[in-house]
Design a protein around this ligand. Structure first.
Ligand code: CDP
Ligand code: CDP
Length: 225
């Protein structure tokens, strides 16, 4: 039987990775967090002091460093650069600020898209990101566009940051998430947009489990057809 794929796209803090992980667990599929791949590139640029908007310099970094992605504990994508596990650093606010710049570079997108597609050839996957249903897996079995209003998304992220000890205000967070969404939606290559055949789910005020069940029903229905 050919592999099944579930594509989940949407803006920052919509709940994509939380629900994608749970859906993958329930279906026994591989969960692929494509945001972690873009974050890894931004992390390395920052470490090597390379300008995140310089396409040639970032491509050079991608060619000259060894990136490895593996399924880790808790289903998180474990990211290694030159053998070093960098996973714990990828969600820092500093990386979040830079990531949309590297994600706008066509040479970075084409490389990461290749890596992402390779997972879906060999495994049934739940993959989340910004362009999964539109570009990476245009023939995905199920496509979901997950949203929530920006205040709720920022409040969710604020709670995570506070738990990790980062000092950031709700206002700052709303501003930085809105700016990232704007950059992601307005870039020329593979912008954040809703695929024609995606089901839109607004998670504002919904529980995580409620959204997971909604997606599982979509997969079940697509499978029966
Ligand atoms: O978790 P959050 O929604 O905050 O972000 P993420 O999924 O980790 O993605 C981080 C950034 O990577 C996004 O803001 C995009 O700039 C970029 N990204 C992308 O361009 N395409 C994807 N398929 C996934 C992420
Ligand atoms: O991946 P994305 O940036 O879309 O969002 P996430 O990292 O999965 O979710 C951000 C936070 O919102 C997490 O702490 C989730 O537990 C929380 N969340 C929630 O409170 N209610 C939901 N329906 C979905 C997520």
């Amino acid at each position: 039987m050919s592999p099944i794929s579930v594509a989940i796209d949407g803006p920052a803090g919509a709940g994509k990775s939380t629900v994608a992980k749970l859906v993958a667990e329930r279906l026994n599929f591989l969960y692929i967090d494509t945001g972690a791949m873009y974050r890894a590139v931004a992390y390395l640029c920052n470490k090597e002091q390379v300008d995140c908007s310089d396409g040639a310099a970032v491509s050079h970094l991608l060619r000259n460093h060894d990136f490895r992605f593996e399924e880790g504990h808790d289903m998180n994508l474990q990211v290694y650069i030159d053998g070093e596990d960098v996973t714990a650093h990828l969600r820092n606010p500093g990386v979040s600020k830079l990531v949309s710049l590297v994600a706008a570079l066509p040479e970075v997108r084409s490389r990461l898209t290749e890596w992402q597609r390779a997972f879906a050839v060999t495994h049934s996957v739940v993959m989340d990101g910004r362009d999964i249903g539109t570009v990476v897996l245009p023939h995905a079995t199920v496509k979901v566009f997950l949203t929530a209003n920006v205040e709720e998304r920022a409040r969710r992220r604020l709670k995570e940051y506070q738990e990790q000890g980062f000092d950031i205000s709700l206002g700052e967070l709303i501003q930085s998430m809105a700016e990232r969404d704007r950059l992601d939606s307005e870039r020329e290559v593979a912008p954040l947009s809703i695929a024609d055949d995606a089901v839109k789910i607004d998670s504002t005020g919904k529980t995580i489990n409620g959204v997971v069940e909604e997606i599982l029903r979509l997969v079940e229905n697509a499978h029966v057809r």
